[in-house]
Design a binder for this molecule. Sequence first.
Ligand code: NOJ
Length: 582
Amino acid sequence: MSHAQTPSTPRPPAQPGARGAQPTETRDVRHPSSRPERAGAASARLTDPDWWRQAAVYQVYPRSFADSDGDGIGDIRGVTSRLDYLKDLGVDALWLSPFYPSPLADGGYDVSDYRDVDPRLGTLDDLRDLVAGAHARGLHLIVDLVPNHTSDQHPWFRQALAAAPGSAARDRYIFRRGTGPNEEAPPSDWMSHFGGSAWTLLPDGDWYLHLFAAEQPDLNWENRDVRADFLHTIRFWGELGVDGFRVDVAHGLAKDLTEPLRSQPNLDNVLPSDGSDPLYDRDELENIYAEWRAVFNTFTPPLMAVAEAWAPAERLPRYARATSLGQAFSFDLATTEWDSAAFRRVITTGLADASRGEATTTWVLSNHDIVRHATRFGLPAGTPLDAWLLGDGTEPPLDQALGLARARAATLMMLALPGSAYLFQGEELGLPEVADLPRETLADPIWERTGHALKGRDGARVPLPWTASGPGLGFGGSAPWLPQPASFAELAASAQAGVPGSTLELYRRALRLRRELQGPESLEWVDTADCVHFRRPGGWQSLTNCGEHAVALPGRELLLASAHLPGEPVTVVYPNETVWCR
Ligand code: NOJ
């Protein structure tokens, strides 16, 4: 699995699904509502149904954002305590990565109860307070939905293990007999994204499928219980007040399980563009998402959803239809190196794909699964990121100043594009990847499952520095679950707030300006050698200089520059700089 390309990542030890979740039927919604309007949002309902089309969405990885009770793990109250910071930052919405009860085999992407909050992170009431606090500040809130797999501690999987082969309880997952004379070989050659076979053998001779860690058994989406339970979960969160969902592994739910199972030995292969892969991006997904959409649309305004779908670009519009999830991530910017032609290609394709559907396109430079862009752009082109991480980030050496300059420029470029931009917590501080985490602290399942051949994604998930000194640099508590490097101190939010030219202030100004300037979802390219240069409706333009020489400022009025200090006279755009002007 290549680090740059996969939707993958981490694991620690398990604790059982805390409060005995009731997967189906039982309703524990404490805000009954006669109509499915956002009960939790009642005080400040946000009504624009198109709010997501050009939104700047800030991803919160809850365990690493802010820790309100000092136990070293970020929590929901921690997020609520920082809502003013997020409002001041100027984002439109928050996306909360999983906060559900979880044994943390994969950083929370192994859910043992879909309709509760992990007790270490808080309670449902804390989440209600967060929703209300966000809405009161005009911020939308979307949550992660993880439908491809549950935790192995989910009550359903425990029931399946306790039940016999062939039972109804096992039909909610994907159990098969082995192959070979004594069924001693796995049912197929399918591999886990985290390394090793995607099948695990049980003592009774059944194997179960897990495309990620063994603690993440894949659900069988042909099973009616599974379908009904997720509709229940969607309603539950909608009624609690959330505005939508980021859908994990959205391309994976439907699988071709007809016997004999077809070969698919490398999950990271480029998928066929006709939906014929046995595991991914199949046409049957449409039926599943049409059922979800019917529920989304019972809310006012409808819930939104964005698909994490690693599908060929030309198939992404299928997920982004108004009858389906409505929007799909494009990760192409996150895998593009510092090159004007490559950026232009990716942007052109993203916009063209979006124009074939009803959705806007999405832009991502960093998230919890990939090496932070302030680091990627500071490494020589073509650096294999997995190998670089394994060497603790020493070879080749990182040019941190260059990485940060390019990251700031790339962010301004992204924020000038039509469509929605997804930001990852800490990028507004210019945080680099932490490549030299002590090995004993690594929690990503990739580390163990690959026999320490790949380190995984922890380096992007190190708890945020809020203050330049003090225990945990203001994250909360003295021992954050992943140690922060000393270099985080000078990048702390408090050290950057109000400082002209700091990365935090650049993001603040950019996000505010973006709101003011935003107009129709189109752009017009300008040919400027070695630059990514485009005009937006309303007469403003963005120019990113990827070349080696300064170029003349293209407009008369400078709006924002990523390298020049505020107030400094600007007549040229430096290499590795973006300017907005008109
Ligand atoms: C994608 C998520 O972003 C990643 O963190 C997770 O490991 C996999 N899906 C499996 O849920």
